[in-house]
Design a protein around this ligand. Structure first.
Ligand SMILES: Nc1ncnc2c1ncn2[C@@H]1O[C@H](COP(=O)(O)OP(=O)(O)OP(=O)(O)O)[C@@H](O)[C@H]1O
Ligand SMILES: [Mg+2]
Length: 215
């Protein structure tokens, strides 16, 4: 079972948007994802309600022992789980429980210095949870709301990519550009991943997890 958890210290970094679009891109590739909404704010559930349901199941799982319960709520045929994790700063116990369950942790980070700075608190949390696991989780950073759709050699996206890499984070090659039309306005509508960065993101994430990569 492949699984990813979108997680960060702060709210508003794009966790729910990433989780929903990742499911859409997985479904487009023939995967059968489950979206586990572990945030008490339940925005992924709300999004699916407004959209008249998604093409994949969504469950609310805002509990502290997700790692114990996920097996009980998996619909038959599901072969990938995407977790929308609440912000660690307010819901650390729930977040830790999800991190124990997921094979790969993905931190969406905007290309700004303050976000790079905050990653050290996420990394502290990651290390604590790694020690509770039988096998180490993969842990990666996704640049979200970048200026450009592709990685550049100079400019703010490149600077943040370099700063994070220098601090030892694995920054995914795929980055998600800032787009109000593609992403901000998608809330409440059926998400369309085709033609967006989420197609290549899912390719990268699946390849990495199938290869058993560790950051
Ligand atoms: N690449 C993007 N370009 C433009 N807007 C984006 C992008 N990604 C996310 N957003 C927007 O940013 C806002 C926050 O995103 P989202 O709700 O996914 O974050 P979150 O981390 O789940 O927040 P919360 O912690 O409040 O649940 C939303 O309005 C969303 O539409
Ligand atoms: Mg959210």
């Amino acid at each position: 079972m492949l699984s990813w958890a979108y997680v960060n210290l702060k709210p508003g970094v794009g966790k729910t948007t990433c989780a929903v679009f990742t499911c859409a891109a997985l479904a487009d590739r023939g995967w059968r994802p489950l979206l586990a909404d572990c945030d008490p704010a339940a925005s992924a559930l709300r999004w699916s309600d407004l959209a008249g349901g998604f093409r994949w199941p969504v469950v609310g799982l805002a509990v502290t022992d997700v790692y114990r319960r996920i097996g009980d709520v998996l619909p038959a045929g599901v072969n990938a789980v995407v977790y929308d994790v609440p912000q660690i700063e307010d819901h650390a116990r729930i977040a830790r429980g999800v991190l124990r369950a997921a094979g790969c942790w993905v931190a969406p980070v905007a290309p700004s210095g303050i976000e790079v700075d905050r990653m050290s608190r996420v990394a502290d949390e990651w290390e604590d949870v790694q020690s509770l696991r039988v096998t180490r989780a993969d842990a990666v950073v996704l640049l979200n709301r970048t200026n450009r759709s592709e990685a550049t050699r100079t400019g703010p996206d490149a600077e943040v990519r370099q700063a994070l890499t220098a601090r030892g984070y694995h920054v995914l090659a795929t980055q998600v550009q800032h787009s109000d039309t593609l992403y901000r306005q998608a809330f409440g509508c059926p998400p369309i991943a085709a033609g967006t960065a989420y197609e290549s993101l899912v390719g990268e994430l699946v390849t990495r997890q199938e290869a058993g990569a560790l950051a």
